[in-house]
Design a protein around this ligand. Structure first.
Ligand code: C5J
Length: 216
């Protein structure tokens, strides 16, 4: 069974029972001119994940292993938007790439470099966590996955929420430091430390070249 040199200790996994989760790699979070940048964020902190994630996807797919993508967003009438999120503003308003975080809009979709393949699952999620109000549990069960490799953005928001949800549901998560990103370098550092602290309280942390090497 492959073992990845990870923090706080090696992460052992059966590839046949492991799914790769790619969280919210959407244009509106990652591209210059999008929603994220309009909030004053430095999107280069997120877009640096595209290249390693592309390489990881190529390797993962070459072994025929399952990939699950998520997109954060809402129905056009925003009826599925959690009220507190709606009250903050922004969601559903017109942005440079269409209505912000509304399904079907250009900005809501995944960046070209990481476009899902036809047979890969794409989960549309209204919340931060990928398990909340989605079919993710059923998808994972159908795939027979017991462990998750977690990537995407942003580290301290949707990645963290999803890893915590996954942990409570019994899944061991390996989070890849170079394939997750935060607009805030300090949150990136501390967010990763929090995952692996206290003997893997929420999960394990490694980088993608280490995982790719373990697959070979
Ligand atoms: C945020 C996300 N940060 N995908 N979404 O609002 O982390």
């Amino acid at each position: 069974m492959p073992s990845v040199d990870a923090l706080p200790h090696p992460f052992t996994f059966d590839p046949a029972e492991t799914a790769l989760l790619v969280i919210d790699m959407q244009r509106d979070f990652l591209l210059p001119g999008g929603f994220g940048e309009s909030l004053g964020n430095d999107v280069s902190q997120l877009s640096r994940t595209i290249e390693p994630l592309s390489a990881l996807l190529a390797a993962w797919r070459s072994y025929g292993l399952p990939v699950i993508h998520t997109r954060e967003g809402h129905l056009p009438d925003l009826s599925d938007c959690p009220p507190a999120k709606l009250r903050k503003g922004g969601i559903g308003e017109q942005g440079a790439f269409g209505r912000i975080l509304v399904r079907g809009e250009y900005g809501h979709d995944i960046v070209d470099e990481l476009a899902p393949l036809e047979d890969e699952v794409v989960i549309d999620k209204p919340g931060k966590g990928a398990f909340y109000a989605t079919e993710l549990s059923e998808v994972i069960e159908k795939l027979g996955a017991k462990k998750l490799v977690v990537t995407g953005v942003t580290t301290e928001v949707c990645v963290h929420t999803t890893v915590r949800e996954a942990n409570d549901r019994g899944f061991d998560c390996l989070v890849l430091s170079d394939c997750v990103g935060s607009y805030f370098p300090e949150f990136q550092r501390v967010g990763l430390e929090m995952i692996a602290a206290q003997g893997a309280i929420f999960g394990w942390v490694a980088d993608s070249p280490t995982l790719i090497a373990a697959l070979q």
